[in-house]
Design a protein around this ligand. Structure first.
Ligand SMILES: Nc1ncnc2c1ncn2[C@@H]1O[C@H](COP(=O)(O)OP(=O)(O)O)[C@@H](O)[C@H]1O
Ligand SMILES: Nc1ncnc2c1ncn2[C@@H]1O[C@H](COP(=O)(O)OP(=O)(O)O)[C@@H](O)[C@H]1O
Ligand SMILES: Nc1ncnc2c1ncn2[C@@H]1O[C@H](COP(=O)(O)OP(=O)(O)O)[C@@H](O)[C@H]1O
Ligand SMILES: [Mg+2]
Ligand SMILES: [Mg+2]
Lengths: 112, 289, 112, 112
């Protein structure tokens, strides 16, 4: 099993959720995060002076998936989240040693 | 002699003008630029980096690091140049490319001055800063290839990036020496014969960060115009990686037309410390070897 | 060492914290997240129209633990967080290669 | 590649970001979290009654880095985030099997 984490532009969340549903991923966990990278923050005016907010709001998606699903899931997220502009985000894959469904006690792939 | 100095200044200042002009429209498409500016031909800053008018980006700032290092070391010294890049990175520059940042992390962590060859290093980050090498190696032409590729490998190790760094350096040297235009064109045609990725005629309209597209955009604008201003306007209005295509067009056209061929209205807008330092460095670079 | 991540229903946070204290886990990090899964979101009325909010508020608990503690911690969380209803959540176990206590520089199990 | 996660005191975020910049790490993702540990929460007064808020606001930094950078990054965070007082936080290192830059499709070290 693997844990997939994706950092994406917030307006892309629905597109990515749909793309994940298409490949059979139903359960995901979503977090609002702040991204720092090459994409510039926006400028705000405060008391007449212009200043740059240096982070970008991003959304982080976490999805535990079976090994065989990893490449499909990466493609689904990539295609849905891509705009070609700086700041599109990242996908990370981590090893997942165990998964448990709290409601039933099921473990492994059955828990996903 | 003074003609040579004028062309060397034209090369460095021309590249900086391309950077400053193109930065406004970096990452925009041709039609987006047309809709917003009609024809973009003024140095007004702005763009995705919120630049002040006349300010430059990493293209010129890294070129300054290259030039200072060459003058300081009387030639190419990889460690001195890599240290200069790291010092620049730590000032928190307005932009820094991902491949450049990665290469500098490697140098900080492992002390190796050369990246391993990578299929992902076909970007224009090494090409954009090669102009000072062309000037510095005028008196030691046998060192041109070693220096052009050596400076590139600090961050970019890819056969196409290597090849175009050498080819554009040769074009700049041909222009500096006042050789006939056909000689400069033949270097470009030879490049395309060996690597069709650089095809500029016909120009396919692609102006991205891949060296093939960057070179084609820059060189086709030089090829299709007969003065510095038209060359750069043609180039940056293609959008895409406009500050870098502008930088490459500016280094070639600037060497060709000389500083006297650069529009005064643009030079007056260029940030004055950058302008003054490039003006001086041209002389220092010519004195190497 | 392992990193344990648990997605649970928000009202279960105190029960799970108590259960973790019982087995000797003192330090945890907690995040508010949005869950998408089989559990349906609730309906809200906005300007007279009813619409479904398709996510469920969840809480994510992260706890770095020694290898020998993993099964105990899984049981503690499972028993405390379980209601038997859909949406109870998941427990994930990831390998943790290093841990550092910033205050003292301690590493490994000593840092937990 | 490794995924580095650091839990730090919120006022240390800028110092840690600067320290990461010094070693060439530009891209990070930041989350606001609640920490439970040895550091005691503060007391608040609500409708005349005093009660203890038992968590501490913390900031979680996530940074995917090349293998060769791990020790440099740990030192940078440690030195910047340390105050010597309880609650300074933790640094965790997890294995990262794959990374993808959504904008370009780059993978591995090139994606960072
Ligand atoms: N090394 C990293 N580790 C963790 N998150 C990162 C890393 N680099 C970038 N990010 C996240 O990805 C987002 C996009 O990165 P950015 O550098 O702006 O653009 P791009 O990925 O298009 O080059 C950042 O805002 C941040 O949330
Ligand atoms: N594959 C997954 N990866 C990550 N989080 C998941 C995954 N599946 C479910 N979740 C999280 O667990 C919560 C509960 O899942 P759900 O399918 O509603 O119920 P149950 O686990 O009881 O079958 C979701 O709201 C979501 O936060
Ligand atoms: N085992 C752990 N797993 C995950 N997060 C932890 C763990 N222990 C502590 N933390 C986080 O680190 C913060 C500081 O821990 P604390 O015990 O208060 O102080 P110290 O690390 O200085 O001994 C906590 O508020 C919590 O966010
Ligand atoms: Mg630039
Ligand atoms: Mg550019």
């Amino acid at each position: 099993m693997k844990k997939i984490e994706a950092i994406i532009k917030p307006f892309k969340l629905d597109d990515v959720k749909d793309a994940l549903h298409e490949v059979g991923v139903q359960g995901i966990t979503v977090l609002e995060v702040k991204g720092f990278g090459r994409q510039k923050g926006h400028t705000e005016v405060y008391r007449g002076a212009e200043y740059t907010v240096d982070f970008q709001p991003k959304v982080k998606i976490e999805a535990a998936v079976e090994d065989g699903m990893v490449e499909k899931v990466i493609s689904a997220i990539e295609n849905a989240a891509n705009t070609g502009k700086i700041g599109d985000g990242k996908i990370f894959v981590l090893p997942l040693e165990e998964a448990v469904r709290i409601r039933t006690g099921e473990r492994g792939d059955e828990a996903l | 002699e003074s003609l040579l100095l004028d062309r060397a200044r034209g090369c460095l200042l021309g590249a900086a003008l391309g950077d400053a002009l193109g930065a406004t429209v970096e990452f925009m498409s041709r039609s987006e630029i047309k809709a917003r500016y009609g024809v973009h031909k003024k140095i007004i800053g702005g763009g995705w980096l919120y630049l002040k008018p006349g300010y430059v980006t990493d293209d010129t700032q890294m070129s300054l690091c290259v030039a200072r290092s060459l003058v300081r070391s009387s030639g190419f010294n990889a460690v001195d140049m890599a240290d200069a890049f790291v010092e620049w990175m730590r000032t928190g520059p307005v932009d820094i490319g991902s491949t450049v940042a990665q290469g500098l992390r490697r140098y900080i962590a492992k002390g190796r001055v050369a990246a391993k060859e990578s299929q992902w290093h076909g970007g224009n980050g090494a090409l954009m800063r090669v102009a000072p090498v062309a000037i510095a190696a005028l008196n030691c032409p046998d060192s041109l290839e070693e220096w052009a590729v050596g400076q590139a490998h600090i961050t970019h190790n890819h056969p196409l990036s290597d090849t175009v760094c050498i080819a554009v350096s040769r074009m700049i040297q041909s222009a500096l020496k006042g050789r006939p235009l056909l000689e400069l064109l033949e270097i470009a045609h030879e490049l395309v014969r060996i690597h069709p990725e650089f095809t500029f005629r016909p120009y396919n309209g692609k102006a991205g960060g891949f060296v093939g597209e960057t070179f084609a955009t820059a060189f086709s604008s030089f090829y299709n115009t007969d003065n510095f201003e038209d060359c750069l306007v043609e180039c940056v209005n293609q959008g895409g990686d406009a500050d870098t295509t502008g930088t490459v067009a500016g280094m070639i056209a600037g060497a060709w037309y000389g500083a006297r061929g650069l529009p005064k209205k643009w030079l007056n807008k260029l940030e004055k410390n950058t302008k003054a330092e490039l003006f001086e460095l041209a002389k220092g670079l010519l004195e190497i070897g």
